[in-house]
Design a protein around this ligand. Structure first.
Ligand SMILES: [Zn+2]
Length: 459
């Protein structure tokens, strides 16, 4: 099965290389801002010309796509950026490409051709706030034979913080091809991410008939319908405690806002705590991601069918508890991982509808409780003698959904994309869905994009 897959490694660059990395990312931002200024000036001139009554075919054209922007950049770069030769041309291309996409998204959003929230006109990127990243698609991109270094265009050979073995093996066997590479600064570290086309060996789950329901928790990483409790990663609690401490510390420092909401210069100590907080956040996120990856890999490799809950967006906004927010963001990530990992393993994924009362339903008799507050950790059925851990009960209800889906229509999360009667993609999936207590129980979404040759595995 050919899939597009990313391999990401933390870098361990020398000081001069850190400078070069930052310079490339800064160059991308510069090109973005320069191009945006050009587009804005052209649009203003166009508006002025229109007011003079100049016919529309004679109006000034704004450089709108990547080709036009690149042409304009190449003529102007000698004047606006005489230092341009210091960085790879891919750096400027990164910025112009980002701008072209932003313009395209804005135009599509204005015309109503784009799903989701309305998108505003692109804004200038601030030196202090913009994310540092730069993408290369051409030039010397390779992994070194020692498996501890990568070579990138202009940046040269940089040491990685871990072995590149997994990707290197694919490249050596000829089952992998690097399409692009991105460097990025995140949580105080530099990362490199290779976008690759990988020919994966066909696999099937060890127990292809078995079903598992997964309930993601706060106290534990997850509780399975088999009764198994997957604990949070080691040191996760300590990292959370540190996060809480730094948040309090930051609140005590002299920040960029006055108590009245006005602006002021933040103190050096505030910036120091802010940086430490960013690092702590990245650490918590990293630990959580590691735990989730291990969980999803194990389950997708073992069970033929995996059932998870849908993300509860309104619940996420309502609850401001730190642990809860982190658990909820993990929910989206776990679903993303299950979506591709079940596809890779020829399994299937079922996503329970947002309103499916997995916690409030009795997994033995099906009675639904009207209320079950979050602090009540044990499910005690009013109709039958069942007394069970709250999360395990929820996981069992999720697993039971698999049978309903198989009976009614066999629609699964990773089934091939279908279109509605009007020919449009159905957001959130409408259609025949099994119902429990009059509510639809399964949500369906189009599969992930950018997965060529993926196998459809509807039941
Ligand atoms: Zn019951």
């Amino acid at each position: 099965m050919k899939v597009v897959q990313a391999y990401r490694y933390a870098l361990d660059p020398a000081p001069s290389q850190v400078e070069a990395l930052a310079s490339h990312c800064g160059a991308a931002r510069f090109a973005f801002n320069w191009g945006l200024g050009l587009v804005k000036a052209a649009l203003d001139q166009r508006a002025a010309e229109q007011s003079y009554g100049i016919p529309s075919e004679l109006l000034t054209e704004a450089p709108w796509n990547l080709y036009a922007l690149r042409r304009a950049w190449n003529t102007a770069k000698g004047q606006v950026a005489p230092w341009w030769a210091e960085n790879s041309k891919e750096a400027y291309n990164t910025g112009l490409d980002g701008l072209a996409r932003a313009l395209k998204n804005w135009a599509a959003s204005c015309k109503g051709k784009r799903a989701g929230k309305p998108i505003g006109f692109p804004r200038f990127k601030s030196k202090h706030r913009a994310a540092l990243s730069c993408r290369f698609t051409t030039g010397t991109i390779r992994l070194e034979a020692d498996r501890r270094h990568v070579t990138l265009p202009r940046l040269g050979t940089i040491r990685t913080a871990e072995s590149t073995r997994k990707l290197a093996r694919h490249l050596e066997r000829g089952t992998g091809r690097i399409m692009a590479v991105t460097v990025r600064y995140e949580g105080g570290r530099w990362f490199v991410s290779f976008t690759c086309e990988i020919d994966r060996a066909d696999r099937s789950p060890a127990r292809s008939d078995a079903v598992v329901g997964v309930d993601l928790g706060v106290k534990n990483l997850a509780v399975l319908s088999t009764g198994e409790v997957v604990p949070n990663p080691k040191h996760h609690r300590a990292a959370l405690r540190k996060l809480r401490k730094l948040n309090k510390e930051l609140a005590r420092r002299h920040g960029p806002r006055t108590p009245g909401g006005g602006k002021r210069d933040a103190s050096a100590r505030w910036h120091k705590t802010k940086a430490a907080l960013g690092k702590a956040h990245a650490r918590v996120a990293g630990q959580r991601r590691d735990g989730l990856h291990k969980l999803t890999t194990a389950l997708a490799g073992t069970y033929g069918t995996v059932v998870v809950e849908d993300l509860n967006v309104s619940g996420m906004l309502a609850n401001r508890s730190l642990a809860r927010v982190i658990a909820d963001t993990g929910m989206a990530e776990v679903r993303r991982q299950f979506t591709y990992k079940t596809t890779w393993n020829s399994g299937r994924l079922i996503v329970a509808d947002r309103w499916f009362p997995s916690s409030k339903t009795c997994s033995a008799c099906g009675a639904v409780k009207a209320k079950l507050p979050l602090h009540v950790r044990v499910f005690d059925c009013d109709e039958c003698p069942l007394v069970m851990d709250r999360d395990e009960n929820a996981a069992r209800n999720l697993a039971a959904l698999a049978a309903d889906v198989a009976q009614s229509c066999g629609e699964t999360e990773n089934a091939p994309r279908e279109t509605g009667r009007d020919g449009n993609r159905r957001p959130g999936g409408v259609g025949v869905r099994p119902t429990i207590g009059g509510r639809s129980a399964v949500k369906r979404e189009p599969p992930m994009r950018g997965m060529p040759g993926r196998k459809a595995t509807a039941a």
